[in-house]
Design a protein. Structure first.
Length: 373
């Protein structure tokens, strides 16, 4: 049976070059990076070389990169520190954020009584930027937490505009760039972002490795206590091979960005056109979406919703209804619930997400099998 993976927004296959790099590091750099002998120093050098390489990709200072296990961990740490240490009295976000952000904010609201304001999105998933400006004009000490690219719909937020509004009003800006990093240029010298989070497995790197960008002169307190790793901010012996793999994956993503972006963009356009031929009433959820994510509303009866993924999976096709973290839930997508009418929310939506490993032949196979449901 063919195996066709069209769920790259959930995770991505690891590049072979990344696997090779990780194997080499595991074989040769087994030392504890905190040890002062040569074997430990050699492992530490791998970490610092990786940090510099990631910083170079993002045009920032190496000391502004902090290694974590994931973007989820980094988001928890940053938002908690903003409230606990920087004295933020309010968090502004939207209801279409990833649950790593939403659930962290709910916990902080319960624990610290922090005020939370949610920006609305319209039927195309576009944020209410005017409300953001109006809220920040109230002059309450605030951190704004808004993603760059929505993980379910691919809707792109204007992070330049968001950051400018934040800094004009002395607010901090935390940005979840999990879906965009490695897939589009991010120049942190110019972008008005204070905190950025990323996970390696979204750009063809290993799971269990991520990082935060923390703008210089913003000093956070540790979330994990112990040793002095990561400037004392993130204790625990570093996973040297995963950090090296993450660095290699990001470097390769930017090295091949232009050609892979063009290829994936063409593939997405081809997929939607083939779907329109087979299902003329099909609609895309979201407007001006990111080039590797296609979320579609299928003109199927609601009772077919539960069986679509099952039937496609039997045929060896991996797609999703929304976030992989919520794919086992019978509840409708919290993202689409903010965008769609009740009638359309009851209909099946699919998220199809692409990488440079996909082909038009795979798209044809997917569409033919969707037609047979």
């Amino acid at each position: 049976m063919q195996k066709i993976y069209l769920d790259n927004a959930a995770t991505t296959p690891i590049r072979q070059e990344v696997i090779d790099e990780m194997v080499t590091v595991m074989q040769s750099e087994f030392g504890n990076p905190s040890s002062t002998h040569s074997i430990g120093r050699s492992a530490k050098a791998v970490i610092e070389t990786s940090r510099k390489a990631i910083a170079k990709c993002l045009h920032c200072n190496a000391q502004e990169i902090v290694f974590t296990s994931s973007a989820t961990e980094a988001t928890n740490w940053i938002l908690r520190s903003a409230v606990r240490d920087f004295g933020a009295k309010r968090i502004i976000t939207s209801k279409v954020e990833h649950h790593a952000t939403l659930y962290t904010i709910l916990a902080l609201q319960s624990e610290f009584g922090v005020e939370v304001d949610y920006l609305n999105v319209d039927c195309d998933g576009v944020l209410d930027y005017q409300k953001l400006s109006a809220l920040l004009a109230e002059n309450t000490k605030t951190i704004v937490s808004l993603m760059h690219v929505n993980n379910e719909t691919g809707v792109v937020n204007d992070i330049n505009r968001i950051g400018a509004i934040c800094h004009q009003n002395n607010a901090l800006f935390h940005c979840d760039t999990v879906q965009s990093i490695g897939k589009t240029e991010l120049d942190l010298q110019d972008l008005p972002i204070d905190f950025l989070v990323a996970s390696a497995h979204k750009f063809h790197g290993p799971k269990g490795a991520g990082f935060a960008f923390v703008r210089k002169n913003l000093v956070l307190q540790p979330m994990i206590f112990g040793g002095e790793q990561e400037k004392g901010w993130r204790a625990g012996t570093e996973s040297v091979h995963q950090i090296a793999g993450m660095s290699k994956a990001l470097e390769l993503s930017y090295e091949h960005l232009s050609e892979e972006r063009n290829y994936i963009s063409d593939l997405k356009d081809y997929c939607f056109k083939q779907l329109q031929k087979s299902f003329p009433a099909i609609e895309a959820n979201g407007k001006d979406t990111f080039y590797n994510i296609l979320n579609v509303l299928l003109p199927f009866s609601p009772e077919k919703t539960a069986m679509i993924l099952f039937n496609l999976d039997i045929k060896g096709i991996a797609v999703s209804r929304g976030s992989a973290c919520q794919s086992g839930s019978i509840k409708p997508s919290h993202v689409l619930a903010e965008m769609l009418s009740e009638e359309n929310l009851s209909k099946p939506s699919l998220r199809i997400s692409f990488s440079h490993y996909n082909t038009k032949e795979e798209i044809d196979y997917f569409v033919e099998n969707l037609k047979s449901i």
